[in-house]
Design a binder for this molecule. Structure first.
Ligand code: NAP
Length: 303
């Protein structure tokens, strides 16, 4: 039986792996991609991870993966289909086998919702982004659009307006879902133009984003906005489908856990973007990995 089975090889999972091995625990990471790094790999430039200014997401994710390998963490490439709690033993079921463990750390992250419009996937990383704080700096003095009307979209628009020459905020209704305080700032920011009742139809460009086709849902008027970047902020969803009924989750599917990473089931921990938390960033995910192992170690010591 393993001491710790970690599910997911993003920053939370890799950090947990490194801490697990350093604690002398038998630690394995199960990840379906076979490539360590997680979402970070798709971020063009990280620039907010302390000590590594300007590092690309690909390089940081790869370095974390290499660090875990060097620490002696074992990797298993498989898709986890479910976990069964058997008290002192947890059964982690993959497509090919069932792995037994004293503790499990869930680090499967969250994924941004996509719009599913033409150009979105093709221009991903070439002007289409799901993270303004990660990629906004590349659009200084340029024109961008933010899609969405929640807190994230409002915050993104405010953040981008500090550096961009102009920001279109495109929302499908005539009223924001996000906080009034943020909406008031957006409305009073000179270089933010709000397009209410408007939905994006397609993103255009060959090697980089060049424009966005939109239409007004009330008037049916269509237009093409000439711009350099499109930031999509239409919510996220955690990767927790396979855990339904096993752990307590909030109404959006995030696993309920605090900084100790302890979940509603003793011996099962949740680290990184997959858990309820204030800020989902690489640095907070890596921090969770360390906390989860500390909690797992103390759980094992009391078995
Ligand atoms: P959200 O609150 O779910 O908002 C998503 C927005 O995207 C909504 O305005 C929604 O429009 C729009 N949308 C969804 N699907 C769309 C589509 N296919 N096409 C066009 N628009 C679409 O998500 P979020 O902004 O990511 O925030 C997530 C959670 O984090 C929220 O609970 C939020 O309060 C919280 N949060 C809080 C803070 C803070 O307190 N400072 C900061 C960030 C996030 P509709 O409004 O029409 O549904």
């Amino acid at each position: 039986m393993r001491d710790i089975v970690i599910i997911g090889a993003g920053p939370a999972g890799l950090s947990a792996g490194i801490y697990g091995k350093r604690a002398g625990l038998d630690t394995v990471i199960i990840d379906e991609s076979g490539i360590g790094g997680g979402q970070v790999l798709t971020t063009y430039d990280v620039d907010n991870y302390p000590g590594l200014p300007g590092i690309s997401g690909m390089e940081l994710g790869t370095k974390m993966h290499e660090h875990a390998i060097a620490a002696g963490v074992e990797f298993m490439e498989a898709r986890v289909q479910g976990i069964e709690d058997g008290g002192n033993v947890k059964y982690v079921k993959t497509s090919s086998e069932t792995v037994e463990a004293k503790t499990v750390i869930i680090a499967t992250g969250a994924v941004h919702n996509h719009l599913g419009i033409p150009g979105e996937e093709e221009l991903g990383g070439m002007g289409v982004s799901y993270c303004a704080t990660c990629d906004g700096a590349f659009f200084r003095k340029r024109v961008t659009a933010v899609i969405g009307g929640g807190d994230v979209a409002l915050e993104d628009a405010i953040f981008l307006a500090r550096g961009c020459s102009k920001v279109y905020l495109i929302h499908r209704r005539d009223e924001f879902r996000g906080a009034k305080k943020l909406a008031d700032i957006v409305k009073s920011t000179e270089n933010i133009e709000i397009l209410y009742d408007t939905v994006p139809d397609s993103i255009v460009g060959s090697d980089a984003v060049e424009g966005l086709n939109v239409h007004n849902v009330k008037t049916n008027e269509t237009k093409t906005l000439t711009l350099d970047g499109v930031f999509i902020a239409v919510g996220t969803h955690p990767v927790t489908e396979y855990l339904k009924g096993v752990l307590d989750m909030d109404e959006r599917g995030y696993i309920k856990a605090d900084e100790s990473c302890a979940t509603s089931v003793p011996g099962i921990f949740a680290a990184g973007d997959v858990r309820t938390k204030q800020l989902r960033q690489i640095v907070t995910a890596a921090s969770d990995g360390a906390n989860a192992v500390t909690s797992a170690e103390s759980y094992i010591n009391n078995l």
